[in-house]
Each structure stands twice: as structure tokens, then as C-alpha cells.
Design a binder for this molecule. Structure first.
Ligand code: FPP
Length: 240
């Protein structure tokens, strides 16, 4: 972590529906504005020097929403992907989807593969879109890969398991933000959040602009991460 700017920030973007309903609009309007906000936060992250941003766009549980809303979201993802890929590429953003994307329709899967391939050599910011992702699914798919690779496997250690998680090549998660007033992790990066700072805000996602991100990062910078050590031990390590 350089100058107290977190290297890896993850966000649970919550509150689109409530934002729209509060204005007498359909929930889908909240999702549309949510995409605009995602674009703003990506741009702000590039400017601030964040190296990796992981956005929770669609959880494994989101399939249980009304069919109309799920179809709207799928269509919105395709439109947003096709529309934004050029600008992302120009800004040095490498796009990566994490999650079980095999469950999405083929049109969306094609847009994903294309966007990932166009941006694969960029290295300013890695933008991970968690789609059909669940933290428990991630741990289980990692374990299953290890079992498949090593016949007779009887035990694993942390490093080996972590090497098969979808975040294996990414920096450690430093800061996990959730908008929309709930104070839960909701099966997001449950393994990766072990030492992350958690930041909860009542601000609904369509209102979470770049100044809100800066505020979260400022608060993060003022917190001391102890990893189980005492404050004194940390000061000594920093001095040496
Ligand atoms: C959260 O609000 C929204 C979602 C889970 C849907 C997907 C997110 C977006 C459309 C934002 C843009 C993202 C990208 C990367 C394209 P909610 O519907 O859970 O709101 P509520 O809690 O008020 O019902």
C-alpha cells in the first residue's frame, strides 16, 4: 500500500432500488444511474492510484429477484460493457469478470470474453466485476480444483487454497465498502476480507460519487491495521 492509498478496494453497490423508489421511479432507473456511478468510481480510482477495484454487480442470490428485473440487469450489463470497453481500454483499465459466468446468456458471455480480451494487456487498474459470484462458491471451486489436480489429496494449507481463488493474481483486499445502509458482507469476498478494513455508509449507490470514495479512503488511511499485533509492535515495525 503506497501513501495509504489502498491497493485493492471492493464495493458492495447497494441501494439502487430504494434510490429509485424514493423518487417515485421504477427500480430499473436506479440500476441505470448505478452504472453511471460505477463509471465515475472507476475513473476516480484510476486518478487516486488504486490498483485494483472489485465491484459486486450480481450475486448468486440475485437470480431470485423478479424475472423482469433479472432480464433488465442482463441487458444493462451487455449495453454497459459494449459501450464502456473503449474508454476503459483508453484509460489503461484491465477488465476481468470473477464468478460463475457460464450461467449467463451467450450474448452476455460473448461481450464479457470480448471486453476481457481487448483490455487484457492494460495495467493501470484492474477492474473486477463480480458476477454470479458468491464467497462460499469461490472457496468450494478452489477446493475442487485442488482435488481434481492432486489425486489422493488429504489436506491443504492457506497459501495453496488461496492460489485457486478467483482473486489469486490480485493484491490483498485492503478496503471493503458497502453502500445502502446494511452492515453485512452478504457472501461477498468472505475469505479475502479476513484482514480488510470494512466501511459501511448509509449513502445509496446512485449517490456514491467520487467525493464519497475519497471520504472512505481518507477514513481508511487513518485506521491502523494491526494483524493481531499490538499498536507498539506496529510502530516499531514502521520505524525499522
Ligand atoms: C444493488 O441495489 C444493485 C444490484 C445488485 C444490481 C447491479 C448493480 C448495478 C446496475 C450498478 C452498476 C454495476 C456495473 C459494474 C455495471 P439493489 O437493487 O439491491 O437496491 P435495494 O437494496 O435498494 O433494493
Amino acid at each position: 500500500m503506497k501513501n495509504n492509498i489502498p491497493e485493492h478496494v471492493a464495493i458492495i453497490m447497494d441501494g439502487n432500488g430504494r434510490w429509485a423508489q424514493a423518487q417515485g421511479k421504477k427500480r430499473t432507473k436506479g440500476h441505470k444511474v448505478g452504472v453511471d456511478r460505477a463509471r465515475e468510481i472507476v475513473e476516480a480510482s484510476v486518478k487516486l492510484g488504486v490498483r485494483c477495484l472489485t465491484l459486486f454487480a450480481f450475486s448468486s442470490e440475485n437470480w431470485n429477484r423478479p424475472e423482469e428485473e433479472v432480464s433488465f440487469l442482463m441487458e444493462l450489463f451487455i449495453i454497459a460493457l459494449n459501450r464502456e470497453v473503449k474508454a476503459l481500454n483508453k484509460n489503461g483499465v484491465k477488465l476481468k469478470f470473477i464468478g460463475d459466468i457460464g450461467a449467463f446468456n451467450s450474448k452476455l458471455q460473448q461481450s464479457i470474453v470480448k471486453a476481457e480480451s481487448i483490455t487484457k494487456d492494460n495495467d493501470r487498474l484492474t477492474l473486477n466485476i463480480a458476477a454470479n459470484y458468491g464467497g462460499r462458491w469461490d472457496i468450494i471451486q478452489a477446493a475442487n480444483q485442488l482435488i481434481a489436480e492432486t489425486p489422493g489429496l488429504s489436506s491443504v494449507d492457506e497459501t495453496t487454497l488461496a492460489s485457486k481463488l478467483v482473486t489469486a493474481d490480485l493484491p490483498e483486499l485492503d478496503l471493503l465498502i458497502r453502500t445502502g445502509g446494511e452492515t453485512r458482507i452478504s457472501n461477498f469476498l468472505i475469505w479475502q476480507a479476513a484482514y480488510a478494513e470494512l466501511y459501511f455508509t448509509d449513502t445509496l449507490w446512485p449517490d456514491f460519487d467520487s467525493s464519497e470514495l475519497e471520504k472512505a479512503i481518507t477514513i481508511f488511511s487513518g485506521r491502523q491495521r494491526r494483524y493481531g499485533l499490538t499498536g507498539e509492535q506496529i510502530t516499531k515495525t514502521e520505524e525499522s
